[in-house]
Design a protein around this ligand. Structure first.
Ligand SMILES: CC(C)(COP(=O)(O)OP(=O)(O)OC[C@H]1O[C@@H](n2cnc3c(N)ncnc32)[C@H](O)[C@@H]1OP(=O)(O)O)[C@@H](O)C(=O)NCCC(=O)NCCS
Length: 321
């Protein structure tokens, strides 16, 4: 019989929770040294857990053994309608000595979440097999991957027949077309994403405005003199989905890539990804981050081939069915 006690999270739990988070992150960095070192410090881990605790309508639970905090779970809703009636456990939202006990913490915290109607649930979980297994036995499944790799040290090879170059104003029409390719693909089976689909006019207007933005490096791949794909690199801090413990220092970001359906599978995606990797190295970034829907059969197979290793799993559960 376990001796641990579960009760709601209180403000006074913050320092001990930060200690557990710093411990978890230290272990995580043994597998992924490129994750930010700072959060191995309890002081910075405390900043992250405190920010979560202070976010609107945050709530959670803690596990105690002989008076010592051995685990915590904190969730808070995101305002965006795209996630449904949601609750999110962010990268700093849980840490636990005994992975199995996350199930007790969830049982306690989720009662309120579901009472509040928050049935679309998301948790960002480090790639720790035991912890993931415990979450899986809470009916969570894998939705999204966060991944990292070092910046390359040698330039990419050339691919016969394929030219990758920086995009220019004359490419705007095809760039706008390619902008629609990703949401169109992700709306299909087996992704079924409800992501926003811009109209062609919105995509064109957006490119007219942003094509010269120096913060974004846009590449196009040409085959037989025709543009068949694009990719975009930028600083990782432009992405709101990678923050805190999931935001490595000095990292570039492969933020977008798409190849026209009829031109896929011939190496253009690899060449476009490698262009962003090389741009990241040339800009002075030490690592490159990307993310993908794990149900996207194309990106989930392409990016690991380019050396990306998964660091966090975004898990998802829809309660009530
Ligand atoms: C993802 C995408 C950009 C990849 O471009 P692509 O031209 O199809 O990919 P490539 O032909 O360059 O293949 C890249 C690597 O992935 C592998 N790969 C691609 N598709 C694969 C498949 N169906 N099964 C197994 N491996 C596959 C290739 O073998 C290759 O690895 P290798 O060079 O080591 O052999 C493209 O498929 C696409 O536009 N998909 C829809 C939009 C999208 O998902 N964008 C990414 C958003 S995160």
């Amino acid at each position: 019989m376990s001796r641990h006690l579960i009760r709601p999270f209180r403000e006074a739990d913050l320092p001990a929770a930060a200690g557990l988070l710093a411990e978890r992150h230290k272990e995580h960095r043994k597998r992924h040294p490129l994750l930010p070192a700072d959060y191995e410090s309890e002081r910075l881990a405390l900043v992250e857990v405190t920010a979560l605790w202070e976010s609107e309508r945050a709530s959670g639970a803690v596990a105690l053994e002989d008076g010592e905090l051995t685990g915590y779970l904190l969730g808070a809703p995101k305002q965006s309608a795209m996630w449904g009636p949601n609750i999110w456990v962010e990268a700093a939202g849980h840490a636990i000595r005994e992975p199995e006990h996350i199930r007790d913490l969830y049982a306690s915290a989720a009662a309120k979440w579901v009472d509040d109607g928050r049935i679309a649930q998301y948790a960002l979980v480090p790639d720790d097999p035991e912890l993931l297994d415990a979450w899986f036995r809470l009916a969570f499944g894998s939705q999204h991957a966060h991944a990292i790799r070092p910046a390359p040290t040698t330039p990419p090879p050339e691919y016969p027949g394929l030219t990758v170059r920086r995009a220019v104003r004359g490419d705007i029409a095809v760039l706008a077309q390619l902008d629609l390719v990703l949401p169109q693909h992700q709306a299909l089976s087996p992704v079924f994403s409800a992501g926003e689909m811009p109209t062609m006019q919105e995509a064109l207007d957006d490119w007219e405005e942003s094509i010269d933005d120096p913060d974004y490096a846009t590449f196009v791949a040409e085959y037989d003199g025709r543009v068949i794909g694009s990719s975009i690199g930028c600083a990782l801090d432009k992405s709101s989905s990678h923050s805190g413990l999931a935001r490595p220092d000095n990292a570039g970001f492969l933020g977008f890539a798409a190849v026209l359906p009829e031109a896929r599978g011939h190496g253009a995606g690899r060449a476009l990804g490698e262009a962003v990797l090389q741009w990241s190295a040339d800009t002075g970034y030490t690592s490159v981050v990307t993310d993908w829907r794990v149900t996207n059969l194309l990106s989930s197979r392409t990016w690991p081939k380019l050396g990306f290793e998964q660091t966090f799993h975004r898990l998802h559960r829809l309660v009530g069915y």
